[in-house]
Design a protein around this ligand. Sequence first.
Ligand SMILES: CCCCCCCCCCCCCCCC(=O)SCCNC(=O)CCNC(=O)[C@H](O)C(C)(C)COP(=O)(O)OP(=O)(O)OC[C@H]1O[C@@H](n2cnc3c(N)ncnc32)[C@H](O)[C@@H]1OP(=O)(O)O
Length: 194
Amino acid sequence: MSGRTTAATPPPGAAPPARHPEAPAPGEIIGSHYEYCFGCGGGVAHGLHLQTRAGEGVSVTAEFQVKEAHQGAPGLAHGGVLATALDETLGGLGWLLRVIAVTGRLETDFVRPVPVGAVLHLEAEVVAVAGRKIFCTATGRIGAPDGPVAVRADALFIEVKIDHFIENGRKQEIQAVLADPDQVKVARAFEVNP
Ligand SMILES: CCCCCCCCCCCCCCCC(=O)SCCNC(=O)CCNC(=O)[C@H](O)C(C)(C)COP(=O)(O)OP(=O)(O)OC[C@H]1O[C@@H](n2cnc3c(N)ncnc32)[C@H](O)[C@@H]1OP(=O)(O)O
């Protein structure tokens, strides 16, 4: 049974996604957008440490090794952690469109349990774009890129400007980020979006 709604389905007239001319080349690793991101940051001890790679078209891949700190049931990954892995992989698609986008809706199917120690091979792609709305999908397979499907998601991401973070984030982290030239470079990379 699938619990899909229509919210993550592109409306009639939505455009096919266009890979930005300055998108990272297929196979190129997309760096972490923030050191303390639970999904991709190197500064979070029990984080997912996802390393996302640009794919063909408007797609990305990533791998997530499930660690002891990611358990829900004994020896199995927590569903929320798996949803985070899908969310983070989907978040990498913004680099190929060259926009900053946040998750509006994430509809997840948990198809089979994922044991601790397993590597989840994730792939995500943009299906369509309608104004600020980015319709995308992701799949996570156990053990290999063609392994059995464990999780999948349909999602709606919404394009935002940097002000979204500056206005809503806690002051101390925002100030630290704005004082870090490398982090500002990441943010600015998205601002120029013809
Ligand atoms: C200094 C800083 C450096 C930063 C350096 C770079 C940082 C790069 C960070 C990337 C990070 C990625 C990490 C992984 C991805 C996350 O996990 S992101 C975190 C989780 N998501 C969030 O926190 C988002 C919270 N939600 C919001 O802030 C607001 O609801 C949103 C999503 C921005 C939308 O608000 P809004 O801009 O006011 O837009 P709104 O007019 O309400 O909606 C626009 C359209 O989307 C539709 N829509 C909105 N939400 C929904 C929904 N839930 N369901 C269905 N439709 C929806 C609306 O119906 C509307 O449709 P139309 O009427 O245009 O057809």
